[in-house]
Design a protein around this ligand. Structure first.
Ligand code: RIB
Ligand code: CA
Length: 329
């Protein structure tokens, strides 16, 4: 059993919010090769407190008890308001709120604890060196805070599997996770930890369709029902606004790759995240160690290469998801 933490920004059931974090949580809960020990919440796809309510509601529906701990509501430096305006209000401006009409409003969750995601992650990882894998599928603010607070974290964590960044995809200079907190992304990528990265280049090779959801609907268990109910409106939104046959399922790839390492191929690359205040901000670049033709004028790069996913087998990915959700009870 692989022991994992998922640091996420879930949005299942929230108008205009991506549902892939919820699918990643679902796969981790359903897989018999994964033990999900901690869920931590960061602001990104949804505001921090919304993501917290989504995760709590999901666990409540499933009658599952796993600690859910709030983390950062703000990036290290990047101002939050423009991102909240973009991520939380776009669907209303597009006149597509009604796609979510059939979903019940999310109940409030009482939580008076202070946010302590970084401490919860740091304690779990550093008290169990080499044992815990961190799946980071939102902005990397909580993980950067953990690195700052726990100097042993980078060498104690078994692996950090990250969804973030983009290298060569038309019209995408950056992805949401790195963009919401580029300074945090840089700290984590350069930390020296054993990292596997799923950039947008590879997560846009994934695809889930309404036909796939029909199959999941047949499983008719609390987890499959939660996924189908919350994914249908997002999928319709994705079909209308992105002109796709369904929706990408970025984040679930990070969990699925822990279950079946053949789902995606990986190569070792040096990765650099720009924190400049210009049009390169939050963009990422990669190159093979020692292979750069021109380095004149560049500051020497001292951080280690990381594993970057480069090709995904979507059929294999769906098989892993179907198999886990079918036998969930
Ligand atoms: O860029 C894709 C990322 O943004 C995913 O983590 C998804 O959940 C969205 O927030
Ligand atoms: Ca996410």
């Amino acid at each position: 059993m692989k022991r994992i933490v998922i640091d996420c920004d879930p949005g299942n059931g929230i108008p205009g919010a991506n549902v892939d974090d919820g699918l990643a949580l679902a796969l981790a809960l359903a897989s018999d090769s994964i033990k999900l020990e901690l869920i931590t919440i960061v602001a990104g796809n949804t505001p921090r407190d919304t993501g917290y309510r989504v995760a709590c509601q999901m666990l409540k529906e499933l009658n599952v008890t796993i600690p859910v701990v709030k983390g950062a509501a703000q990036a290290l430096l990047e101002p939050a308001e423009p991102w909240r305006e973009q991520l939380d209000n776009n669907v209303r401006k597009q006149g597509l709120l009604s796609l979510w009409d059939n979903l019940p409003a999310l109940p409030a969750v009482a939580d008076i604890s202070t946010p302590h995601a970084a401490q919860a992650i740091g304690e779990l990882v550093c008290n169990n060196p080499g044992e815990i894998t961190v799946v980071a599928i939102g902005p990397l603010t909580n993980i950067a805070h953990t690195i700052q607070l726990y100097p042993d974290f980078a060498r104690s964590v078994a692996e950090i599997v990250i969804m973030g960044g983009v290298f060569q995809l038309d019209n995408y200079l950056k992805d949401t996770n790195f963009a919401v907190d580029p300074e945090a992304a840089k700290i984590v990528i350069e930390s020296g930890a054993n990292i596997t990265l799923a950039p947008l280049d590879v997560t846009t090779q994934t695809m889930l369709t309404h036909q796939d959801l029909d199959q999941i609907q047949n499983y008719n268990n609390p987890l499959s029902n939660f996924i189908v109910r919350t994914t249908r409106p997002w999928m319709d939104y994705s079909i209308q606004t992105r002109h796709l046959p369904g929706c990408w399922i970025h984040d679930v790839l990070c969990v699925a790759q822990l279950i079946d390492r053949e789902i995606a191929t990986t190569s070792a690359y040096i990765v650099d995240v720009s924190t400049a205040q210009d049009c390169t901000r939050a963009s990422s670049r990669r190159w093979k160690e020692g292979a750069l033709r021109l380095t004149v004028g560049m500051q020497p790069v001292t951080h280690q290469p990381i594993n970057v996913m480069d090709q995904v087998n979507n059929q294999r990915l769906l098989k892993v998801i179907f198999h886990a959700l079918e036998k969930y009870h």
